[in-house]
Design a protein around this ligand. Sequence first.
Ligand code: PLP
Length: 412
Amino acid sequence: MRLSTSDVAGKKRGSGTNDIFEKCRNFTRPGDLQSAGLYMYFEVFGDREGCGPGEVRIGKRKVLMFGSNDYLALITHPKVKEAAAQALKKYGSGCSGSRLLNGTLDLHVKLEADLAALMHKQAAITFGTGFQANYATLSALTEKGDVMVCDHNLHASLVEGALRSPARTVRFRHNDMEHFERCLENCPPEEKILIVSEGVFSMEGDIADMRGITRLAKPYGARVYVDEAHGLGLLGANGAGAAEHLGVLDDMDIVMGTFSKSLASVGGFIAADRTVIDYLKHTARPFVFSASLPPASVAAAGAALDIMRHEPERRRNVLRVAQMLRDELRVRGFSVLPGETAIVPVVVREEMDLCRLCKTLLEQGIYINPVLRPAAAQNLLRISCTAAHTEQHVDRLVSTLVRVISELGIEI
Ligand SMILES: Cc1ncc(COP(=O)(O)O)c(C=O)c1O
């Protein structure tokens, strides 16, 4: 019997070596960590009914949360919840359309005007997530013949945006102004330059040298893009972020922010000149070809923005608690990265030690995120402080950490 061509193809294809799912079957790392009892991801949290400030629920247990980016502790604020509930009641659960067509509500327009004013820009545009905002903007705004000069430690959303763009990308050593200047000098004069940095770096929690960046950028006619995901709500006289804190907000050409951290919701935004925003509104594909933010999310972000404006003591409290924690940990010999933001990263040399540490802390009722290389240059216990944390919380965290480190025999 002779096999037909399709039989042969079928046999070959069925043999298992050319199955597109093969990589999934070979992807055993999560399972290996689970078997070792060290898997730290997809923890399931319950509702927060009956939880105190700074607490969340896992199963029946209340756990002290030191891993949330809800920096101003507004997720459960009555005004934020009420704004979301009212929007749900009045507008329904979604918009069922792109902003470009049937998906723009008066709620979106009002929030965008408020964000533009906060960032001292002519206009703003909201996206479904902060990731989308970065990815969409970098990929829409740059073209062949342009160059993006980027800090080395950028968030994945910025990296993906740069990868999607036909422009050239150059990365300067993290926050290193000498190297940054050399990168600028090496750009051919005909290239149009966009400089990209985070205001507060998401893993290490340090602040970008935005003053140095703007000073060096000016002679090159370069435009500056800052991601304020972790600075918004915390830094600056009005909580606009690191650029405001450093007195260079007006020198930023594009400010990006997210609602998923200080603004207690989901979504992202870009603030810039009106011409830039109009361009993005019509050309940024993840904006044009995706449904708009639902009313409840927009209203929650708007209410959080309002509280942020009227209660500056919230950001002062977060920064005070974070500094207290930094000081206490350093006194006890922990290696804490330098910084002055809500993010307090502690270096734990060995990856397995970090996983064991996080697991044991959770058993002791404290949740903290592990950051494993290469997400950061070193393995980090990334502690994030919020306005809900108190001195007592800091004491409990520090004493538990000291005890657990010693019990597990982890070198710090
Ligand atoms: C620096 C930075 N930019 C952007 C994002 C994306 O924000 P979102 O969670 O709203 O998608 C994050 C989120 O972790 C971030 O840390």
